[in-house]
Design a protein around this ligand. Structure first.
Ligand SMILES: Cc1cc2nc3c(=O)[nH]c(=O)nc-3n(C[C@H](O)[C@H](O)[C@H](O)COP(=O)(O)O)c2cc1C
Length: 187
């Protein structure tokens, strides 16, 4: 891997005041030297329908697949919806996994962070997502695990992270992901 390392961030929420988006924005300036974090938007992707892949697929699908091809690694930051991941996130994952045989996730390096205002920190979503990443051959960092609970208390009204313990953890997390990427890329 030469030059700047690009990590895409996919946020599993479309909400304007999303805690997951706030977490992503807090992580971006914590990126280690040589690493660029970029949010990849998924809200404009039509629901996956295989018929559309049999002709000319929607341009947003094509553009999203190209974005995934270009990044070195992917960080998912997701809320939990009914103990799983939100449909919008699953849709984005499905879109980039098709057409059959052209799964652009294949071999990407990945990491997962889940957030919730509740105490469990989106544990269920985190592990449902990991199950799908196994199927798509996203080589996913195991440790540190990131289940961010009490999300409503972590940000001020401007959406800025105000909890120093969480900031320290975010820094450890993104540094660990960088080390993981370097280690696995060298194999
Ligand atoms: C359809 C739906 C289902 C939800 N299910 C869960 C859940 O299973 N576990 C949980 O901790 N929070 C659940 N929540 C609450 C979300 O954690 C909360 O809305 C959170 O703020 C969403 O993330 P965001 O702030 O990034 O949008 C649910 C919310 C919605 C809208």
């Amino acid at each position: 891997m030469n030059g700047m390392k690009k990590i895409g961030i996919i946020i599993g929420s479309l909400r304007k005041g999303s805690f997951c988006r706030r977490a992503a924005l807090a992580l971006i300036p914590l990126a280690p030297k040589g690493v660029e974090l970029e949010i990849l938007e998924i809200g404009g992707l039509a629901m996956y329908n295989q018929d559309l892949d049999e002709g000319a697929p929607p341009p947003e699908w094509v553009a999203f697949r190209e974005q995934i091809k270009r990044i070195d690694a992917i960080l998912f930051i997701t809320p939990e919806y009914n103990r799983s991941i939100p449909a919008v996130l699953k849709n984005a994952i499905d879109v980039a996994s098709r057409p059959q045989g052209k799964n652009v996730w294949n071999g990407k390096l990945g990491a997962v962070m889940s957030l919730s205002p509740g105490g469990l920190g989106g544990f269920g979503a985190n592990h449902h997502l990991r199950q799908t990443l196994v199927c798509l051959n996203v080589i996913t960092m195991q440790q540190p695990e990131a289940y961010i609970g009490g999300a409503a208390t972590l940000f001020n009204e401007q959406g800025e992270l105000i909890n120093d313990t969480t900031r320290t953890f975010f820094k450890q997390f993104i540094d660990a992901f960088n080390v993981f990427i370097n280690r696995v890329s060298r194999v």
